[in-house]
Design a protein around this ligand. Structure first.
Ligand code: FES
Ligand code: FES
Length: 179
């Protein structure tokens, strides 16, 4: 049986892109296996772990349970898209500095979910951070360092806001895109 491909016009990490994929493919499958954006992880593949979290129009979304066709007309941002010409996202830096990872498999989804949280609530409390990351599972860290990393980003944001040091030097290991 041949599976027919469908041409989709997506908008990923700031750019429009046309991609052909089977109509039943998820956004995660298209990202990983067509666009080779492997930062979003295929963990449980059924909406339980959060490893595949991306931003859709700025909101955290599980790409493993989102049809790629449903992403048409929306802005999708993956962990790779958080890196800009200015360097790593602040959360990518603070996760690295706080040592908020062991195997790192959960890290891209954690960072993306945390970014959605801080974009809405730049001064999020520990309770709000916990709630925002409640759908992201980590089997290694015990979560404390993850929460501390997000709080560190909150503090850095406040410092930048009042004219303190805004940026920390990017480090190569902090992109969260390990394959
Ligand atoms: S891979 Fe999507 S929630 Fe686990
Ligand atoms: S660091 Fe291993 S799953 Fe989170």
């Amino acid at each position: 049986m041949t599976v027919e491909s469908k041409l989709l016009r997506l908008h990923v990490n700031g750019a429009p892109i046309d991609v052909a994929a089977p109509a039943h493919w998820t956004l995660l499958e298209v990202l990983r296996y067509r666009l080779l954006l492997t930062g979003s992880k295929q963990g449980c593949d059924k909406g339980d772990c959060g490893a595949c979290t991306v931003l859709m129009d700025g909101r955290a979304r599980l790409s493993c349970i989102t049809l790629a066709a449903d992403a048409v007309g929306h802005r999708v941002t993956t962990i790779e898209g958080l890196v800009t010409s200015a360097g790593l996202d602040k959360l990518q830096q603070t996760f690295d500095e706080a040592g908020a990872l062991q195997c790192g498999f959960c890290q891209p989804g954690m960072i993306v979910a945390a970014r959605a949280c801080l974009d809405r609530k730049p001064e999020a409390t520990r309770a709000e951070i916990k709630e925002a990351l409640a759908s992201n599972l980590c089997r290694c860290t015990g979560y404390t360092k993850i929460f501390e990393a997000v709080e560190q980003a909150v503090r850095a944001g406040k410092a930048a806001h009042i004219g303190g040091p805004a940026a920390m030097a990017p480090t190569a290991s902090a992109t969260g895109v390990a394959r």
